[in-house]
Design a protein around this ligand. Structure first.
Ligand code: 6CS
Ligand code: FE
Length: 285
């Protein structure tokens, strides 16, 4: 398959214009026009009070059991190994899965204009003071090069189980950056787990990030239980450390179009573990 977004192959940065549309379906039926426009223009949107607080509470209890190791799943550790950073394949657990309501699925199907399946599900814990942040990156840059995700017909639904604040390291986004692909240099063959816990490859240069910030600014995605955040797979995002003593637990469902299933990784490496990029393309409803 032709590679429209080559990355991690040369030793330079390169900016490529996005080819595919950000939204496809008739969103007017599922979401107020101003939210649809905001998402298309900025690459993300916060939808307030979408999920019942009871559902969030039950999911948080389940997330705690996963963090404590009572419920086993594929986990990824902080770079210093001190604690769990992310738990993956969490859509197999009922209370977590229940967060992804039929209304959310219907909305995402409308945005992507097709059936969808779960590409990746995870909980990012950022539990207390040892928790590190994330460097600026586009998820699509990793997923395209490492997993063989062909196009940008994919997005993340973030569901906060705790209030997300500046102090505990809320998600930060650079609006409008979803419209350009930033091709990054090759760094080396990193272990997928190491790469998952600390984005080293696929990080745009400081100059490119500074230019984007000068143009579009940085938005802090302050949100709370009950809300959801949708963000495009190519939006540049990152986050800071958690400097509080509390937790900042967020669930992510990465939803991909069934018309955008995986091919061989474009950077030529082996596929990552399936918990990072599922091969089960069964549509969800
Ligand atoms: O590599 C991944 O798939 C994950 N890593 C980061 C830093 N962001 C999103 C994604 O789930
Ligand atoms: Fe990310």
């Amino acid at each position: 398959m032709k590679d429209n977004y080559p990355t991690r192959q040369a030793d330079t940065f390169n900016i490529i214009k996005r080819e595919e549309p950000v939204t496809r379906g008739n969103l007017a039926q599922t979401i107020a026009a101003q939210y649809a426009d905001f998402y298309r223009e900025n690459g993300y949107v916060i939808l307030k009070r979408i999920i019942l607080l009871d559902s969030v509470k039950w999911a948080k209890d389940e997330a705690d059991l996963i963090f404590e190791g009572v419920i086993p799943t594929f986990v990824n550790y902080e770079p210093d190994g001190s604690q769990i950073r992310s738990a993956l394949s969490v859509h197999h657990f009922s209370e977590i899965r229940n967060l992804l309501t039929t209304e959310i699925v219907r909305l995402v199907k409308e945005i992507l204009g097709s059936d969808i399946y779960i590409y990746q599900s995870r909980i990012n814990y950022k539990s207390g003071r040892q928790a590190n942040g994330w460097n600026w990156h586009s998820d699509f840059e990793t997923w395209h090069s490492k997993d063989g995700l062909p196009t940008m017909r994919c997005l993340s639904v973030m569901i906060p189980l705790d209030r997300n604040t500046e102090e505990n390291g809320c998600l930060k986004v650079i609006p409008e950056t979803h419209n350009y692909f930033i091709s990054c240099p090759k760094v080396g063959d990193l272990d997928p787990n190491a790469e998952f816990s600390e984005q080293v490859e696929g990080v745009p240069s400081e100059e490119i990030i500074q230019d984007a910030i000068n143009k579009y600014g940085v938005q802090s995605v302050i949100c709370e239980p009950g809300d959801i955040v949708l963000f495009d797979c190519n939006l540049i995002h990152g986050s800071g450390r958690n400097i509080t003593t509390g937790t900042r637990t967020n669930v992510f469902f990465v939803l991909n179009s069934t018309e955008n299933t995986l091919v061989d990784p474009f950077s030529g490496s082996e596929h990552r573990p399936k918990a990072m990029a599922e091969f089960d393309y069964t549509p969800i409803f």
